[in-house]
Design a protein around this ligand. Structure first.
Ligand code: HEM
Length: 466
């Protein structure tokens, strides 16, 4: 473990801790304004260097942890003392209800057990042909803008691609014609609900009225109708498909023999659509951006693709021969982790390193911050896939890098996402070279996921191998 990481009594945080490392004090109003604009706005480059920060906002105490040992303590060692809690519920509960991402305790354990087999390695490898097919069809659609030299929004394209992959692989083919509708509705919902309400951040009581976005409410009703349709269609088809939807429908409570309620099914379906497409899409979007800014990395990736595939369509078995593609995606997830911040609430007092945790403290664990900690990542802003060479990975503490979280609540789609992204990258980078459209501003924007604020306008140029 890195010796330079500070320890010491922290029951009385110093000024640096109280302002998350900022050089000057940041008042509550400014803090809230920054958080409201973009959730990453509350961090300054100095925040990346502190091991922890503690600040108060109204009735709420926030503890930011930025040391691998402290992060491991909360996510793994003493995870039972930390719930996802109020803020997650407030932000995502109205949309995702009691699905896997938001539920707790016995309900979460049961649902995770039911869903887990759909993400086993053996099952995932059976899905890879569909993943490749979706990416290949997207590559075909790019022919026209590529030939015309027309710029298009790669962020949007990646979202279309990953949504189609989730729809076809996890929910069977019966909804492919509704994927566009559902994606639009989910995007509208996340726009409306996807940021913490300042009143919740300050810990104000629930009975105080909060403003609600009417567009997001309408999108929610549309989504509920679409999800009911998915369920009805599958039930009418009376088909026992071995996909995730089939598993959710077939699950029975061992004690009562009852199946899941329609409400629970709705929550799980929506959770998997929302959690399963936007994250991978933004991870891929940042990868394209980084590749266009680093031609030397792109050339190395293209050389690996050409040497391994020689122009043919990739298959799952090729992945082990293309480690550089994995390293590129891992490094993109380091600099721009789509799930940039995880929050937990302390159920009882605890001690994390030097920090005395109180009941009700809101713990913030941010891959965005820790992945930029210069004590863990030399020259952290530099894009360098070689950081993920096996010997370099082995030399780092495990919780220096956690784009998928950790402990029992680790992302269930972790391996799904890695396979999907690497295959999509292989299919598309083999056929096209993407370059940022001149003058297009690229600004990270933290709202549920970390995405480029203005999308990502790029031009595609056909490669000779494609
Ligand atoms: C690059 C892509 C992805 C990233 C970066 C990502 C990140 C994460 C993170 C950090 C968590 C943990 C949140 C916490 O502890 O508070 C999580 C949970 C989750 N993710 Fe992902 N995810 C990705 C792709 C996927 C995919 C493809 C699926 C499904 C198809 C998925 C489904 C879920 C679900 C259901 C949970 C909740 C798990 C639980 O609490 O039991 N994710 N994800």
């Amino acid at each position: 473990m890195n010796q330079r990481l500070a320890t010491g009594a922290a029951t009385k945080p110093g000024r640096r801790q109280r302002h998350f490392g900022a050089r000057r004090p940041v008042g509550a109003f400014e803090f809230l304004q920054r958080a409201r604009d973009s959730a990453t706005g509350i961090y300054t480059p100095e925040s990346f260097t502190i091991d922890y920060g503690i600040r108060r906002l109204g009735l709420q105490r926030f503890v930011l942890l930025n040391h691998p040992d402290y992060i491991k303590h909360v996510l793994v060692t003493n995870h039972a003392n930390y719930e996802k809690g109020r803020l997650t519920q407030k932000m995502l509960g109205p949309v995702l209800g009691q699905g896997l991402l938001t539920s707790e305790g016995a309900l979460w354990r049961r649902q995770r057990r039911i869903a887990a087999p759909a993400f086993q390695h053996r099952r995932l490898t059976a899905l890879t042909e569909t993943m490749v097919d979706c990416a290949a069809r997207m590559a075909d659609r790019w022919q026209e803008p590529a030939a015309a030299g027309k710029a298009f929004d790669v962020a949007n394209e990646m979202s279309v691609l990953t949504m189609e992959i989730v729809a076809r692989t996890l929910f069977g083919s019966d909804i492919t014609d509704r994927v566009g509708d559902l994606r639009g509705a989910i995007v509208d919902i996340l726009r409306g609900f996807g940021q913490p309400n300042p009143m919740d951040l300050m810990g104000l009581p629930d009975w105080l009225p909060r403003r609600q976005d009417p567009d997001a409410r309408r999108a929610m009703r549309r989504t509920n109708r679409l999800v009911s349709e998915i369920l009805d269609n599958r039930r009418k088809a009376a088909a026992d498909r071995p996909d995730l939807l089939g598993m959710l429908l077939a699950a029975r409570d061992p004690e009562t023999g009852e199946g899941m309620s329609d409400r629970q099914l709705r929550d799980e379906i929506l959770t998997l659509f929302a959690a399963g497409h936007e994250t991978t899409a933004t991870g891929l979007t940042w990868t394209w951006y980084l590749l266009s800014e680093h031609p030397e990395v792109r050339a190395k990736l293209e050389a690996e693709l050409d040497a391994t595939l020689g122009g043919r369509t990739p298959a799952y078995a090729d992945l082990e021969h293309m480690p550089y593609g994995r390293m590129v995606f891992e490094e993109a997830l380091r600099l721009y982790p789509p799930a940039f911040s995880l929050s937990r609430v302390a159920l009882a007092p605890d001690r994390v390193g030097p920090v005395r945790i109180r009941t009700g403290d809101l713990i913030s664990i941010s891959p965005y911050v820790t992945h930029r900690n210069p004590k863990l990542w030399p020259d952290p802003e530099r894009f360098d896939p070689d950081r993920f060479l096996p010997e370099q990975t082995a030399a780092r503490p495990k919780f220096a890098y956690f784009p998928f979280g950790g402990g029992p609540r680790i992302c269930i789609g972790n391996n799904f996402a890695m396979i999907e992204a690497r295959l999509a990258l292989a299919v598309l980078a083999q056929r096209y070279r993407l370059s940022l459209a001149e003058g297009h501003p690229v600004v990270p924007y933290g709202r549920v996921t970390l995405r480029p604020r203005y999308g990502l306008k790029m031009r595609a140029e056909k490669r000779p191998a494609g």
